[in-house]
Design a protein around this ligand. Structure first.
Ligand code: CA
Length: 400
C-alpha cells in the first residue's frame, strides 16, 4: 500500500481513491475457509458466492455493486463459464472426453446434480467442478429468461472452444473469432441478462456487434499485455500472421524487447484493438441503469488505460505491465457516467498519440483510429446504424 501511495504521490485524486477503496467498504466480504470445507456445509447459493470469491475475487467485488435483481444470474453465468473454461484448460484431461463435454456442457452440466472429479487446472477449479451440482441447482432456480441466455451462450462458447482445440490462431479473422468465443459471447450474454432483467431496454440484447466489441476490447488487452506470462506458460495467443511479419520465432520478442521490430508488432496489435473502441462507446451510451453502467464501464476504462501504458512499451516483452494501483482505484471511484468514460478515453487516446513515432509501420493507421476515438467521444447522440465500424469479416452465422 505504501509503495502504491508513493507512486501516486503527486496525484491527489489517486491517493483519495485508494483510501476510499481501502476504507470505504468496497470489498467487505471474505471467505477464509477453503472452498472444499465450505462445500460440505454451505447451501447452493452460499457455495456459489463463495466459489466466485475464490476463483475471481475482483469479479466477486464487482458483482456486489450490480442491482440485486441481476446478481444471482450474473454469478451463475460467471461460474458456468468458469466451469467450462476449466474443462478447456485442463491439459491432462483426455481430448476424447474433453471435446464432447465442451460441446454438451450446456446440456450435461446444467441439468441438476451433475459434477465431475479430478478435472480443472487448479485446486479451486477442481472443487468447483466437483460440486458443480450446486451451481446447476442454483441455475435451475433462476427465472427462465436468465436460464435461456446462460444456456445459449454456454452452448456456443463450448462449440467454439472445441473448434479451437484443433486449430491455431493464425489470421486476424481467427483472432477475432477466438476472442468472440471466449469474450465477445460474454458481452452478448450479459446484454441478454440485462434485457431480461427489465433494467435495460429489451433491444439491448439485439446489439450483438457492439456487445461483442466490448468483450473483444477486454480480451485483446489481456492477450497483448500477457505476452510474456503466456510465453512462459507455453501458450501464445498473438495471431501468427501478425507476429511472423516481424520474427520467425515467437521467443525472439523476449530476446529483443527494444528492437524496432518488436515494438512495431506490439503497436500493430494495440492498433488492431483500438478498432473496437467506438463500438464500446456506443454500447455504453445505450445503458440506462447506473450500476449496470459502472459494471460495464470500469473494465473498459481500465483496458484503455492499459493500452495507453503498453503501447510502444518494451517491458511488455520481459514482464507483465500493469497500470498503477492508484490509477486503477481512481477509475473505479470516478467512473460513474458516460461523460467520465469519454474523458478517460480521450486522455488515454492522447497519451498514445504522444507516443506515436512516424517510423512505425502502422503510424498512419494508429493515428486514424485514435482520431476516430476522439471523434466518437465528442458524438453526443447514439446512432448505432450511422457508425460504420471497421469489421474484419466475422461469419454472420457465428454472431447471430
Ligand atoms: Ca481457457
Amino acid at each position: 500500500m505504501i509503495k502504491d501511495l508513493l507512486q501516486s504521490a503527486n496525484k491527489p485524486k489517486e491517493v483519495v481513491a485508494m483510501m476510499k477503496m481501502k476504507f470505504g467498504g468496497y470489498c467487505n466480504v471474505s471467505y477464509k475457509e477453503p472452498l472444499e470445507e465450505l462445500a460440505v456445509k454451505a447451501g447452493d447459493k452460499e457455495f456459489c458466492y463463495a466459489a466466485l470469491h475464490k476463483v475471481s475475487r475482483s469479479f466477486a467485488v464487482v458483482i456486489q455493486h450490480l442491482p440485486e435483481e441481476l446478481r444471482d444470474s450474473v454469478c451463475v453465468f460467471y461460474l458456468v463459464l468458469r466451469g467450462l473454461d476449466s474443462v478447456e484448460d485442463d491439459m491432462e484431461f483426455p481430448n476424447e472426453q474433453k471435446w464432447p463435454l465442451l460441446r454438451d456442457f450446456h446440456k450435461t452440466a446444467l441439468t441438476n446434480n451433475w459434477n465431475i472429479v479430478n478435472v480443472g487446472d487448479s485446486a479451486d477449479y477442481r472443487t468447483l467442478l466437483k460440486h458443480f451440482d450446486k451451481v446447476s441447482r442454483f441455475y435451475n432456480d433462476l427465472k427462465p429468461g436468465y436460464r435461456e441466455v446462460i444456456a445459449d451462450i454456454t452452448c456456443r462458447m463450448g462449440e467454439g472452444m472445441a473448434d479451437f482445440a484443433e486449430k491455431k490462431v493464425n489470421t486476424l479473422a481467427d483472432y477475432d473469432l477466438y476472442c468472440h468465443y471466449v469474450a465477445g459471447l460474454v458481452g452478448i450474454g450479459l446484454s441478454g441478462l440485462f434485457s431480461a432483467s427489465g433494467l435495460e431496454n429489451k433491444n439491448l440484447k439485439e446489439q450483438r456487434v457492439i456487445a461483442n466489441s466490448m468483450g473483444l476490447m477486454l480480451q485483446k488487452t489481456n492477450i497483448i499485455r500477457d505476452y510474456w506470462e503466456d510465453l512462459h506458460l507455453n501458450r501464445a495467443f498473438w495471431p501468427k500472421d501478425i507476429w511472423s511479419k516481424y520474427y520467425d520465432d515467437f521467443t525472439e520478442f523476449e530476446k529483443n524487447p527494444t528492437s524496432e521490430k518488436s515494438l512495431a508488432c506490439l503497436n500493430e496489435l494495440v492498433t488492431d484493438a483500438l478498432r473496437h473502441v467506438p463500438d464500446c462507446l456506443n454500447y455504453m451510451r445505450m445503458l440506462n441503469d447506473p450500476q449496470i453502467f459502472r459494471f460495464c464501464a470500469i473494465p473498459q476504462v481500465m483496458a484503455m488505460a492499459t493500452m495507453a501504458k503498453i503501447y510502444n512499451n518494451p517491458n511488455v516483452f520481459t514482464s507483465v505491465v500493469k497500470i498503477r494501483k492508484g490509477l486503477a482505484a481512481k477509475q473505479m471511484i470516478y467512473t460513474n457516467d458516460i461523460k467520465d468514460v469519454c474523458e478517460a478515453f480521450e486522455t488515454f487516446a492522447y497519451q498514445i498519440m504522444d507516443k506515436l513515432n512516424p517510423n512505425d509501420p502502422n503510424y498512419l493507421l494508429t493515428k486514424k483510429r485514435l482520431h476516430r476515438i476522439i471523434e466518437a467521444v465528442d458524438e453526443q447522440t447514439i446512432n448505432i446504424s450511422m457508425v460504420p465500424t471497421e469489421e474484419v469479416p466475422l461469419e454472420e452465422s457465428v454472431l447471430f
